[in-house]
Design a protein around this ligand. Structure first.
Ligand SMILES: C[S@@+](CC[C@H](N)C(=O)[O-])C[C@H]1O[C@@H](n2cnc3c(N)ncnc32)[C@H](O)[C@@H]1O
Length: 240
């Protein structure tokens, strides 16, 4: 068991290091919550690749009628989230594996699916299948929101977007956060479960926002487009 205090300490550092990979991350979370309110969501809201549940926890805070459900393959990050965020349900699954969506069977149909800095992991073909699964899962009127760093299609503009001010990071990054956690005796027991678990391969499909939008449209979403962008960091909304 990870104590709430230890989880909160590690999650404060998680959120700080994630800013590197989710430029303007807190503003992005605000945008996602704003879109969820605009769609008047209530009940189950699924956070795909939730990690320790930073986004799901903000949804619990800002949308009291929502029931956030975080899905991730990493048992250690899920254990951190469970210790810190009692308002969030956490479910372990490898998203994209055959039948992965059965992990949501205990819940009623979601009114929204959100994701933050996670859907760059699956290959293009697996991501296309995930978007088709989501189109089947979500009822008419529901919404899919994907926030991530999307390279711009034009290389010159992408270089400019990557060089915007405010991206001169100091402090922990993904690797140094994990290295420090691996050395932390307070979480050794929870880490042993991680060592026995198959984790997602940490690749990057490199897809632009336009490519995601096309995959969502092919999957059956209507009214798909970007609602917010800062450099490479953007939020895509797809109405079912
Ligand atoms: C960079 S972290 C972001 C976590 C969280 N969304 C956030 O913003 O703090 C990406 C997360 O996606 C999860 N992930 C990636 N691919 C996955 C898959 N196929 N199934 C389940 N989880 C996955 C990883 O385990 C990791 O927790």
């Amino acid at each position: 068991m990870i104590s709430t205090d230890v989880a909160r300490e590690l999650l404060a550092r998680w959120d700080a290091q994630q800013e590197r990979y989710a430029f303007q991350r807190e503003e992005r979370f605000d945008v996602i919550c704003g879109v969820l309110k605009a769609f008047d969501v209530s009940g189950p809201v699924v956070d795909l690749g939730c990690g320790p549940g930073s986004l799901a926890a903000r949804i619990a805070l800002h949308i009291p009628d929502a029931q956030p459900i975080g899905v991730d393959a990493d048992p250690f990050l899920l254990a951190l989230g469970k210790a810190a965020y009692p308002g969030v349900e956490f479910v372990q699954a490898m998203i994209g594996d055959a039948g992965w969506e059965r992990c949501l069977e205990p819940y009623s149909a979601p009114s929204a699916v959100v994701s933050s800095t996670a859907l760059h992991y699956p290959s293009t073909s697996v991501l296309g299948a995930i978007y088709r699964d989501l189109a089947r899962l979500l009822p008419t009127g529901a919404v899919l929101i994907n926030a991530d760093m999307f390279p711009l299609s034009c290389a010159i503009l992408d270089t400019a977007a990557s060089a915007l001010p405010g991206q001169d990071w100091i402090g922990e990054d993904w690797n140094s956060w994990w290295e420090s956690v691996q050395r932390d005796p307070r979480v050794a027991a929870a880490l042993s479960a991680r060592a026995r678990t198959a984790l997602p391969e940490g690749g990057d499909n490199g897809l632009s926002a336009e490519a995601h939008i096309t995959l969502m449209q092919i999957a059956g979403f209507r009214a798909v487009g970007e609602v917010w962008r800062h450099g490479r960091s953007a939020v895509i909304v797809a109405a079912r």
